[in-house]
Design a protein around this ligand. Structure first.
Ligand code: ZN
Ligand code: ZN
Length: 583
């Protein structure tokens, strides 16, 4: 019996009617997803001229018999959908069934397939069946799409330049490789190898292929679950960021999705760890019962709705927070030369090892595989108590009135004194405002604050916000307000400046999100009230600052996401000064 069933018309209509093949990547996507559905463990994508001239996708999947090989080009035929209910389960990737006939209608297409018994070759040009013949092939399917849009010149013009087309394909294949570490992906354009994963199931290895070994080394593994969701994958150290959101890769049941809520939860998790303009590297798969999700059925969209969003939010935010808090995140300064040296050194060691094992020939692939495992071996220390992440540091001196140089048994540190003080004060203010301690300080002499006409009118409207913060305040008339007492946590030494700042925030705040409001106050006050660059502090003050920094929840960045501290390890210092030469 044929595996391909003809879909009923109703269902075909339900699949968004506007399905069109727009770009090279739409073709690659359809073919790759067909290969995955055919249980392929190896998928090779070869392009000529970014695929505009030729796209060749071959796999080792189940293949097709002669009947299916022809039937798959008729409209609304698909082996993937059996009834409407299936549409809402996203276990199957390509739920179109329309795309293959569409692709065949605008190109010169060759299908070579074999179910392990009979091989079939089908040739279609512009949607017309040219020939069908027997052929030999190992189990699997190859589809060659030549001259895309050759018979629709208007669409051909719509293709962007070769670079853009290739960038889109690369991005897509990278993400599929990340979604399916068990599948061996190979992407080639004009004989140039762009991606080559080993199909070993090791996601970190795929990450190193896609983003490079240095990024892979700075990834933190995630594997958590609650009643409804399981989240697995990797999130990056805060030091590894970029300005593009495209490095957040999220899957739901291995299907690539783009969901603004998920992205926001992730970025919130990194709040103050990275500047707001930056994005961490994220590769996460969310496993969930398909009953709990609603897939937008338009095939080109990848959005999804979760029916238990709260429990997902809680699990994801908690996990990111915990993962970031259990490590020492101080960026380590390294000489680039040393990285190269170490890789070549490891290569040498590997070659030596092979010699010992009397292996005559070692393929490059074998070598690079082994090299990868060498490179990702170092296990980072996990700290149960976050106060242990940084050992006590002893100040050595102050550089440019700004950077404290310090040391301990692990190495040398450079601390930005303003950023460090800002972090300490930020956490102090956040905690103070978070506790419901109504403790107030009375002013001996009430503070009169004069405002402009318009500010005065606005502030009178929003007076309750100040009262909520534990200010005792009254309208004094003539554009003036009188502050009689203030919350206990306000710094005495710059009181009127601090109060002015808070009033400015109250005036500028449009929607009162209580968390954002208090945070804004905390960040503004922390910045204003912290020692500045060029404040020449003495040794005891430095030591005190470093001790207090170590006690914070996140000693690694200021509330703006800038680093507070960087380090040269002992090892790195010895390396830089080539000290090993003399021993
Ligand atoms: Zn600042
Ligand atoms: Zn800052």
């Amino acid at each position: 019996m044929s595996k391909i069933l003809v879909m009923n018309e109703n269902l075909a209509n339900k699949i968004a009617a506007g399905e069109v093949v727009e770009r090279v990547v739409s073709v690659v996507k359809e073919l790759v997803e067909n290969s995955i559905d055919a249980q392929a463990t190896e998928i090779k994508i070869e392009l000529i001229d970014s695929g505009v001239k030729e796209i060749n996708v071959s796999d080792n999947g189940v293949g097709m018999d002669k009947e299916d090989a022809v039937l798959c080009f008729s409209r609304h035929a698909t082996s993937k959908l059996k009834d409407e209910h299936d549409l809402f389960n996203i276990e199957h990737l390509g739920f179109r069934g329309e795309a293959l006939p569409s692709i065949a209608s605008i190109s010169k297409l060759t299908l070579i397939t074999s179910n392990g018994k009979i091989g079939t070759e089908v040739l279609i040009e512009g949607g017309t069946l040219v020939s069908t013949k027997k052929t030999s092939r190992e189990k699997g399917t190859t589809i060659i799409v030549k001259d895309l849009f050759y018979n629709t010149p208007v669409r051909l013009k719509y293709l962007k330049n070769l670079y853009t087309e290739l960038a889109n394909v690369t991005d897509y294949v990278d993400k599929m490789a990340l979604a399916y570490p068990n599948i061996k992906f190979k992407l080639i354009n004009n004989d140039k190898l762009l991606l080559n994963t080993d199909g070993s199931g090791n996601l970190l290895k795929v990450i190193s292929k896609v983003y490079g070994i240095e990024i892979a080394k700075k990834m933190i593994e995630v594997n958590v679950s609650n009643e409804d969701y399981t989240i697995t994958g990797y999130i990056s150290y805060p030091e590894e960021t970029r300005t593009t959101r495209n490095i957040i890769t999220t899957f739901v049941n291995n299907r690539l999705i783009k969901n603004q809520d998920i992205n926001r939860i992730i970025l919130d998790g990194y709040h103050t760890y990275i500047p707001v303009s930056k994005t961490p590297y994220i590769v996460l798969n969310i496993e969930v019962d398909p009953i709990l999700i609603d897939v937008n059925i338009h095939p080109t969209k990848m959005d999804i709705k979760f029916s238990k969003m709260e429990t997902l939010t809680e699990l994801l935010s908690k996990t990111i927070k915990e993962k970031l808090e259990e490590r020492n995140l101080i960026p380590e300064l390294k000489s680039y030369k040393h990285k190269e040296e170490s890789i070549s050194k490891k290569l040498e060691q590997l070659v030596e090892k092979y010699k010992e094992e009397e292996k005559e020939e070692v393929t490059y692939e074998e070598l690079s595989l082994d090299l990868d495992s060498y490179e990702t071996e170092e296990e980072p220390v996990i700290y149960e108590n976050k106060k242990d992440r940084i050992k006590k540091m002893y100040p050595v001196g102050l550089v440019k009135g700004t950077y404290i140089v310090a040391e301990n048994e692990d190495g040398m540190y450079i601390i930005d004194q303003h950023a460090a003080a800002e972090r300490i004060n930020y956490e102090k203010y956040m905690k103070a405002m978070g506790t419901h301690d109504n403790h107030m300080m009375d002013l001996l002499i009430p503070l009169k604050i004069e405002l402009s006409n318009s500010d005065y009118i606005v502030l009178k409207e929003k007076m309750d916000k100040l009262i909520d913060l534990n200010f005792e305040i009254e309208d004094f008339g003539h554009n003036t307000i009188m502050v009689r007492s203030h919350p206990y946590w306000l710094p005495e030494y710059a009181l009127s400046e601090a109060i002015r700042k808070i009033i400015d925030i109250v005036l500028s705040e449009k929607e009162f999100d209580p968390y954002k409001f208090t945070e804004k106050i905390a960040i503004t006050l922390a910045c204003k009230m912290s020692i500045k660059a060029n404040d020449h502090i003495e040794m005891p003050a430095m030591e005190d600052l470093l001790d207090r920094l170590r006690q914070t929840d996140n000693p690694f960045t200021c509330p703006h996401g800038r680093p507070t501290i960087i380090t040269y390890s002992n090892y790195e210092l010895e390396k830089l000064f080539m000290r090993s030469m003399e021993s």
